[in-house]
Design a protein around this ligand. Structure first.
Ligand code: ZN
Length: 137
């Protein structure tokens, strides 16, 4: 479910959850009229809203309103904003290296391309094994 802001020609503004990005806009709760999706508010409790993560951005033609120009422009802006934010706060981008192993001891701490294997195995084994309190790590 995704929370969007909607606006109606009658002036009503409201938020609604929809199943996905290509879901039809809900009708206006005030007048029942057609609504338009509005850009999300930027302010989020004083902090910059990081916006949707890359995985939440539309990848398909349908996801951008069958190529609706306004929708595409909106998501281009969202993506650019996200990229700028990730430049400033790399932790938001997460680890984007390909995962080589994610089973067994790598369940909690996946092995990624570029990891030093010996170190990764040691760390993953330590993370997989719960260390009882009071014992040295
Ligand atoms: Zn309305």
């Amino acid at each position: 479910m995704i929370l969007y802001n909607y606006g109606c020609a009658c002036g009503n503004r409201f938020e609604a959850f929809v199943a996905n990005m290509s879901a039809p806009n809900p009708s206006c709760p005030e007048c029942g009229g057609e609504t338009n999706r509005m850009p999300a508010r930027v302010n989020f409790g004083g902090q910059a809203d990081p916006g949707p993560s890359r995985d939440e951005l539309p990848r398909s033609w349908r996801g951008v309103g069958n190529g609706d120009r306004e929708t595409i422009r909106h998501f281009q802006r969202v993506t650019e904003r996200r990229e700028k934010l990730e430049e400033k706060y790399p932790e938001l981008a997460g680890d984007r290296r390909p995962v080589l192993a994610h089973e067994g001891i790598f369940e909690k701490r996946p092995l990624r391309a570029g990891d030093d294997i010996a170190t990764a195995v040691k760390e993953a084994a330590a993370a997989a094994k719960a260390v009882p309190e009071g014992e040295p790590k």
